[in-house]
Write a protein that binds this ligand. Structure first.
Ligand code: GTP
Ligand code: MG
Length: 379
């Protein structure tokens, strides 16, 4: 116990020293910057009022200049800071990694104290309790919900991969509507953010699915925030800046359709594989951390590539390699079966490998008609 106390004193000392240092730095940087900071913070206040306790400058040692730099990349609150990687924070601040890591750790500790993040060491019973509290969003088809253990989970990244026309974008459109339903109807009474990287988001499709489901399409459209991402860096920026939108609105679902496409088209040739994977890895981890820290569901879509050296089984493999495979919590492989679609659960930590059949129709994603052959089977 004493040890802990000593240690915390020591840290406080360090913090004090550091904050003095930062203040010095700030003073040296021209008054103009101070002015800018002032103006900008007024502007921010107009957009939305942040909880003072959770603003980044509530962290000891983080002065106005650092605050401004971080604000520019969408880091406003302690939670925004905690979900970014220390390398990114260091890049932004132009500081060394250890200083950035310290800020990230301070942010994390603060959130643990506030009960927003988990402690580092927790009994399994606590994790079990937290997992029990996970919420689920219906996909629109009972068969697919069953396959997912009740629907698309919050605090997780669910990946749908499959060839063109297999229904990935339709799953995303339907989920944007389903999340808005009340809990007893399979939703979370919340909105969605749709990050559209392939220009395939269609509000008309939302309207027609909403109408077919007897819902008020105007209010449904109102609660879907769409962001078009023009390249991989833009896509990363959008997800990095999500914090602001998420705080303002009650958002429980974030969709990235598709997560990998930009990386594939921008990084061509074998020589670029390493930097591509590194960038993709950073992006995927940002998604995972966001889903956990903010208790929301993330859906990503992914294409397939054919591996001609496969002699047995399906030659279609998801793109993105191990990076995407390891960071997605659940992976579902969608394939066409005539007019219907089959989803297969691949690589889940606890679901058995099963398949479910569903349809794409005016309801978006829906169950097969009652007379259809077996909807779900164990492999
Ligand atoms: P890529 O993005 O090209 O890789 O494909 P995807 O997997 O995203 O396919 P998407 O979800 O766009 O599925 C396209 C399929 O959905 C079409 O082939 C149709 O079968 C179905 N579909 C799309 N729009 C409608 C619609 O308005 N009504 C009906 N009944 N089906 C639709
Ligand atoms: Mg698509």
């Amino acid at each position: 116990m004493n040890e802990v106390k000593n240690e915390s004193n020591e840290t406080d000392e360090e913090v004090k020293n550091e904050s003095n240092e930062t203040d010095e730095e700030v003073k040296n940087e021209s008054n103009e910057t101070d002015e800018e900071v002032k103006n900008e913070s007024n502007e921010t206040d107009e957009v939305k009022t942040l909880d003072i306790d959770t603003e980044i400058d509530s962290l000891p040692g983080l002065g106005p200049v650092a605050k401004k730099k971080l604000n520019e990349v969408g880091i406003f609150t302690v939670l925004d800071l905690a979900v970014r990687s220390p390398t990114e924070i260091a890049d932004r601040l132009g500081s060394d990694l250890s200083r950035a890591t310290e800020f990230a750790n301070k942010a994390r500790i603060k959130l643990v104290k506030m009960g927003i993040l988990e402690k580092d060491f927790v009994p399994a019973s606590e994790i079990y309790k937290r997992r029990q509290a996970i919420e689920r969003i219906s996909t629109g088809a009972n068969s697919l919900d069953d396959l997912l253990g009740g629907g698309i989970e919050t605090q997780a990244v669910t990946e749908f991969y499959g060839e063109f026309g297999s229904g990935k974008t339709q799953v995303c459109h339907t989920a944007c509507i389903m999340v808005q339903l009340p809990k007893e109807k399979g939703g979370l009474d919340a909105g969605a953010v749709y990050v559209d990287t392939e220009n395939t988001f269609r509000p008309e499709r939302i309207v027609s699915i909403a109408k077919a489901r007897g819902l008020d399409h105007d209010s449904i459209l109102e609660r879907i925030i769409v962001a078009k991402a023009y390249n991989s860096s833009h896509q990363e920026l959008i997800v990095g800046e999500l914090g602001r939108v998420l705080d303002d609105k009650n958002i429980k679902l974030v969709i990235i359709d598709s997560a990998v496409a930009h990386y594939r088209s921008e990084f061509l040739g074998r020589g670029t594989l390493a930097p591509r994977q590194q960038k993709l890895n950073k992006f995927m981890h940002l998604l995972t951390r966001t889903s956990e820290a903010r208790n929301l569901a993330v859906i990503i879509t992914n294409q397939v590539q054919s591996t001609p050296d496969t002699f047995f089984g399906d030659p279609n493999k998801p793109t993105g390699g191990h990076v995407v495979g390891h960071t997605s919590t659940y992976r579902l492989y969608l394939r066409k079966a005539g007019k219907n679609r089959i989803a297969k659960m691949v690589d889940s930590p606890y679901h058995p490998e099963q398949e479910a059949a569903f349809q794409l129709n005016e309801l978006g994603v829906s169950d097969l008609p009652d007379d259809a052959p077996s909807k779900r089977r164990k492999l």
